[in-house]
Design a protein around this ligand. Structure first.
Ligand SMILES: CSCCC(=O)C(=O)COP(=O)(O)O
Ligand code: MG
Length: 234
């Protein structure tokens, strides 16, 4: 029988919210003005800057685009254009070793174990696929890229929409019930469950000081770290 595929979120699930909010976001925020100045004619950058301008009502100067993007970072908007540009900026940070990505030790251990046991592993994050690959290629526990067979970002749809999870199941050529989605965000798990995926709420004390039990867990199985996740049906 095919083993369930494990689909994991990143922020608040494999890695701390604080790494994303206190390290990655400020790095991108500070680097944005120079990055836009230096790359605004590069077609791979321009398409995303134009997407920001369109959302802003039309033609904008680079300064306005930068301010808009910095505002979106402050609001933690999961806009695909912002996420694509952040990924490009973080590349410099990883390659010049300004930071490495912390992965929770339980997540590192269980991802390796599940992979060794024959579970396929995939990622679904609001961060761009490029950013996901940078993160898992530069962790404090080594290179995790070989463990994953697929990566999904908001180009498949937003994480709170059930259609995104149907889309992912189709792309993975799996029945939705053969996929276990791990996330710290109950609204994402609700959407995944609506699409027929199995779900586990990752409820880490480091990220969520107040446990989300009972009604707060919306009926999703809950684990305080990856060692409490049971991917195989009982
Ligand atoms: C790929 S690392 C950066 C993560 C990020 O930008 C983000 O918004 C986190 O979203 P997630 O869906 O992983 O909670
Ligand atoms: Mg998350």
């Amino acid at each position: 029988m095919t083993k369930p595929l494990i689909l994991t979120d990143i922020e608040g699930t494999t890695s701390s919210i604080s790494f994303v909010k206190d390290v990655l976001f400020p790095y991108a925020r500070d680097a944005l003005p120079d990055f836009v100045r230096d790359h605004h004619d590069d077609p791979d950058v321009r398409r995303w800057l134009d997407a920001v301008a369109i959302e802003n009502g039309g033609i904008c100067t680079d300064e306005v685009i930068v301010e808009t993007l910095q505002g979106w970072i402050d609001q933690d908007r999961k806009h695909t254009a912002l996420k694509a540009l952040q990924g490009m900026i973080w590349q410099d940070g990883y390659l010049s070793a300004d930071f490495v990505a912390p992965v929770y030790p339980d997540a590192a251990r269980m991802l390796k174990r599940w992979h060794g046991d024959g579970h396929a592993l995939a990622v679904y994050s609001s961060g761009s696929v490029a950013a996901q690959k940078l993160l898992f290629g530069h962790t404090d526990a080594g290179d995790f890229l070989p463990l994953f067979s697929a990566f999904f970002d908001t180009e498949v749809g937003h994480k709170r929409d059930a259609a995104s999870y149907r889309n992912i199941a189709q792309r993975l050529d799996r029945a939705p019930g053969e996929i276990v989605f791990l996330s710290d965000v109950v609204e994402e798990l609700d959407a995944a469950r609506e699409a027929g995926l199995r779900t586990v709420l990752i409820d880490r004390r480091e990220d969520y000081p107040q446990p989300r039990t009972g009604e707060a867990a919306h009926g999703h199985p809950r684990a305080e770290d990856f060692s409490g996740v049971r991917p195989d049906p009982a």
